[in-house]
Ligand binder design. Structure first.
Ligand code: HEM
Ligand code: HEM
Length: 137
């Protein structure tokens, strides 16, 4: 009779290295969906780009990053992952709020919006570098 435990018993299928990403992502999903429902109910779609990027950069991109980091915990442990986390999570709320104000007519906030977009894009490049350099099992 075999007494060796199966692989499934000795180690979980995935790590929880991306758990924080996933938790934050689902919060963005709640905000994004809430905004979507408000737009639909009011039939005022001016905040559509805010809704789109809260859902796409906040939910979709962050959830995928969380899953990538859970499947490849080595990539989650790197300095690049830490930089990715802070670049993304500081720039995105600034980007979402300043975009809403710029759409609302506060053109003076365009430099803030542009800066936050560049930082967000930088975070994506760091994510890309992390995937190319640290995606080993
Ligand atoms: C209950 C959930 C949701 C509601 C009620 C909702 C509602 C809306 C509404 C009313 C619009 C504007 C449509 C228009 O201007 O004609 C819109 C656009 C959009 N939504 Fe949502 N949405 C929801 C969830 C999501 C999710 C989960 C995502 C992404 C993961 C998403 C991505 C987008 C995008 C990208 C656009 C812009 C589409 C375009 O450029 O034409 N939405 N949504
Ligand atoms: C640093 C990251 C990003 C920046 C700076 C950015 C910037 C922009 C800008 C300036 C627009 C035009 C908005 C307008 O027409 O008012 C736009 C539209 C759009 N972007 Fe992005 N984007 C980023 C990331 C993404 C990502 C990751 C996705 C998808 C996963 C995405 C999907 C879209 C879509 C679907 C639209 C059309 C939205 C609408 O109809 O309102 N973007 N983006």
């Amino acid at each position: 009779m075999h007494t060796t435990p199966s692989l499934a018993q000795t180690q979980p299928a995935f790590s929880t290295a991306g758990a924080l990403w996933l938790k934050l992502a689902v919060l963005y999903l709640i905000v994004g969906v809430g905004l979507g429902i408000m737009m639909g109910a009011s039939e005022d779609f001016t905040m559509r780009p805010v809704h789109a990027h809260i859902n796409l950069l906040g939910w979709a991109t962050m959830a995928v990053a969380g899953l990538v980091y859970s499947v490849f915990p080595q990539a989650a442990a790197s300095k690049l992952a830490k930089a990715h986390f802070w670049l993304h999570n500081i720039s995105l709320p600034v980007m979402a709020v300043s975009l809403a104000f710029v759409i609302g007519g506060q053109r003076g906030l365009i430099p803030v919006l542009a800066f936050s977009e560049i930082v967000a894009a930088l975070g994506i490049l760091v994510f890309a570098a992390n995937i190319f350099l640290n995606l080993k099992k």
